[in-house]
Design a protein around this ligand. Sequence first.
Ligand SMILES: [Zn+2]
Length: 230
Amino acid sequence: MESLDRLREVQRISSKISLYQSEIAKHEKKLEIALADYQLLRDQMAPIEARLGQGQSIARKLELDSKEAEAKIEKNRKQLDQATQATEFTGLKEQLARFEEEKAAIEESLILVMEKIEELRSQELDLNKHIADTEEQLEEIRAEVTENTKDYRNEVESLQKPLEHAREVADDELLETFDRLFPSLGATVVVSLDGNACGGCHLSVSSQVGEKVQAGISVVNCPSCSRFLG
Ligand SMILES: [Zn+2]
C-alpha cells in the first residue's frame, strides 16, 4: 500500500536519525561525566575560600588586640618609671606581667591562625592547579567527542531534507499516529504480519484483520499495540 510505503520511508529515515543521535549521546555522556567531576572539584573551592576569609578576619582582629596590648604595656611602663611608692610600684609590676601574658597569648593565637591560613592557601593553590589540569583534560575530551561525533552529526544533518520530504508526502493522519508511537516503538511502528501475528507485539490478529491487511485497501492497525500492519 502506497500510503504505508510512504510511512515506512519516514520510519526508515527517522530510525537512522535516532540511531545516530543515540551514538552521539553515548559519546556526549563521557563529556557530561567529566563536566560533573569538574564541577565537584570547583565546588571544593568555596569552603576553602570561606575558611580563608574567616581566618583573615580573625588574624586582623588579633593584630589589633596585640597592638592594643602593646599600648597598654607601654603606658604601664611609663607609669612604672614614674612610680615613687612601693605599693604603687608592686601593683604596676603585677599589672605589667598580666598585660605581657595577655599579649603573649594573643601572639600565640595569631601564629596558629597564620599557620592555618598558610595551610589553606596551600590547599587553594593545589586545588587551583588541579582545576586547571582538569580544565585541560576537559577540553581534550570535548575535542575528542566533537571529532568522534562529527560523522554522525553530518549524517543526521544530511537526513534532514530527505526526512522533511518524506513527511511532506506522507498522510497527515498516519503521521500523527506514527509520531505518537515512534518515541517508544522506534523502527517498528510499521510492521508486516508474521503469519497471523503482528510483527511488532507478536500477538495473533483475527482472520478478519489478516484479510484486511492482505487486501491492502485500507490502513490497518494492530488491535493490540496500534502498530501499522502492512
Ligand atoms: Zn501488535
